[in-house]
Design a protein around this ligand. Structure first.
Ligand SMILES: C[S@@+](CC[C@H](N)C(=O)[O-])C[C@H]1O[C@@H](n2cnc3c(N)ncnc32)[C@H](O)[C@@H]1O
Length: 258
């Protein structure tokens, strides 16, 4: 099951590297600025960006760090990250293929681990968190962002079915309280978190993952019948001949115990 989902990740993102490089929500999303402000990277730090995608987090942090390794399961994403780093003359950024759940790094190596908008793809998210904790130095920092959903179980199931229909490599988005509990269990103390809401135009969002017309129709139908508890999250609105909806994202600043 895990390997099946990871193969889907590589197929899905292998075909989307260019889309992620130019996607506003990934390249300029509000969470990037918040992450930088909370983490406060230092010039002598060695950092690891897990599931770097087109590298937006690693590219933003690199000028503030001694060295950063941008890692991902998908080679096409790593090639795109390396290309963008070279274009910006960021010689302290290197790329490396790595599975978030089996990081090929020694224990207690990094001052900082970042992971932005990728956790919901991991089939064993608790294993990924324990890997983040393992490779961090004692007292090291985890800068994390991911989408979150509402605590209501049925509504959370509906939410995840919506995301999975758009992207088969989606595994699960959790409510904030569940995420915080998972962090604490992995030995990562949450010191601060911020929540934000971001609005998407439906077709642009669906096209980034090459959704078929038939599945777009199913997604629109799902959005017309969302459970009450999802209204504040999705906040759908129909305008200009299209549909706009929102997703919630959390930014978490955590520390590994000393
Ligand atoms: C939405 S993109 C990440 C965005 C990026 N972190 C940013 O800040 O713009 C999700 C990435 O997660 C990667 N990914 C998914 N599962 C993974 C895993 N188990 N290990 C490593 N990377 C994974 C995908 O290949 C994809 O590049």
């Amino acid at each position: 099951m895990s390997d099946e989902l990871k193969a889907k990740v590589q197929a899905q993102f292998g075909a989307s590297a260019e889309g992620y490089a130019t996607s506003d929500i990934h390249a300029k999303g509000e969470s990037l600025g918040i992450l930088l402000e909370l983490v406060k990277p230092q010039p002598d730090w060695l950092a690891l960006d897990v599931a770097t995608g087109a590298g937006h987090t690693a590219l933003l942090f690199a000028p503030h760090l001694a060295h950063v390794i941008a890692s991902d399961l998908t080679e096409a994403m790593l090639r795109k990250t390396a290309e963008l780093a070279a274009a910006r003359n960021l010689t302290n950024l290197e790329t490396k293929a790595a599975d978030a759940e089996e990081l090929p790094f020694d224990d207690a190596l990094f001052d900082l681990v970042t992971c932005r908008l990728a956790f919901h793809h991991f089939p064993n998210p608790r294993q990924a968190l324990s890997e983040f904790a393992r490779v961090l130095k004692p007292g090291g920092t985890l800068g994390f962002t991911d989408n979150i959903t509402v605590p209501d179980k049925q509504a959370a199931g509906y939410y995840n079915a919506y995301e999975k229909l758009r992207d088969p490599s989606h595994n699960w988005v959790y409510p904030l309280v569940r995420l915080q509990a998972m962090f604490e269990k992995a030995g990562l103390q949450v010191e601060a978190s911020r929540q934000l809401s971001k609005e998407f135009e439906f077709h642009k969002w669906a096209d980034r993952q090459h959704v078929s017309d038939a599945d777009k129709e199913k997604l629109l139908e799902m959005m017309r019948h969302i459970p009450e508890a999802l209204n504040p999250l999705f906040a759908p609105r129909w305008a200009d001949g299209t549909m706009y909806f929102s997703l919630w994202e959390t930014v978490i600043f955590a520390k590994k115990g000393t």
